[in-house]
Design a protein around this ligand. Structure first.
Ligand code: V0D
Length: 239
């Protein structure tokens, strides 16, 4: 295991697929929502730890575009968790200089969630510490299709010559246009899949997969992932 060293390269952007809440709850005979609730505590710890070591961007996969197919009660519980988090934690985001942003099809969320999100984004817009990007109703293929649609429209309107389309022009149409690509992608709960998360953006990211379930993923786990990233940077020189 590689120890984290604050004097070595810090991943500037960490993205996390927070998997394993359901399994964590099942193993304890608890309702699924308890897994999500404890997982939300892990999000807070990840925020603290990223702040502590100087990460600039943390992107979390909170709710995928596929998650709408889950039982209605669970979707409701997740939206309740989102509302609760925003209501209870916006003041702490402000206090800790964290800027909140979202990616995904936010217009598909319940109107009340959209309003609360808008308020928290606005209230933290002036912060210049860690940026927390929450992926909500997010799917990477949808994002890529949407980007293509808007580029086709520009071409049709004579604003873009297809011959001039390049990677930077394409990336500028993605939800993540304002953020650097993730340096490190963490997936908890041991699955070796990318699951429609940031497909374009993780082209060169280091991938850290751990069997630890998301509700059990705490400060030491994040430091281990950052330490492993540093070890790989040293070996491969970041190419
Ligand atoms: C459930 C595990 C934090 C994954 C973590 C659906 C799924 C707990 C947030 C959150 C969720 C953080 C900051 C913020 C707004 C929300 C969150 C959802 C689910 C929404 F500004 N955890 N979390 N949002 N889960």
């Amino acid at each position: 295991m590689a120890a984290f060293d604050p004097d070595k390269e810090i991943p500037r952007h960490i993205a996390i697929i927070m998997d394993g809440n359901g399994r964590w709850a099942r193993e304890r005979g608890l309702p699924r929502r308890e897994g999500h609730r404890t997982g939300a505590e892990s999000v807070e710890i990840a925020l603290e730890t990223c702040g502590e070591i100087g990460v600039d961007y943390l992107t979390i996969y909170a709710f995928s575009s596929e998650n709408w197919k889950r039982p209605e009660a669970e979707v409701k519980a997740l939206m309740g968790l989102l509302a609760h988090f925003l209501k209870e934690k916006t003041s702490s985001l402000i206090k800790n200089n964290i800027r909140l942003r979202v990616i995904g099809q936010i217009d598909k969320l319940p109107k009340s969630n959209q309003k609360e999100l808008e308020k928290s984004i606005e209230a933290t817009a002036g912060n210049d510490g860690l940026t927390l990007v929450v992926a909500l109703s997010y799917g990477s293929r949808e994002e890529i299709v949407e980007a293509t649609r808007s580029l086709m429209k520009k071409a049709q309107d004579g604003e873009l010559d297809p011959g001039n389309l390049d990677e930077a022009t394409f990336a500028a149409q993605l939800n993540t246009a304002a953020y650097p690509d993730p340096d490190l992608l963490i997936r908890t709960s041991g699955e070796f899949r990318v699951s429609n998360f940031l497909l374009w953006q993780i082209s060169y990211s280091e991938i850290f997969i751990t069997k630890t379930l998301w509700p059990d993923f705490r400060r030491d786990n994040l430091l281990e992932a950052a330490g492993e990233y540093q070890k790989r940077q040293r070996r491969f020189g970041g190419v």
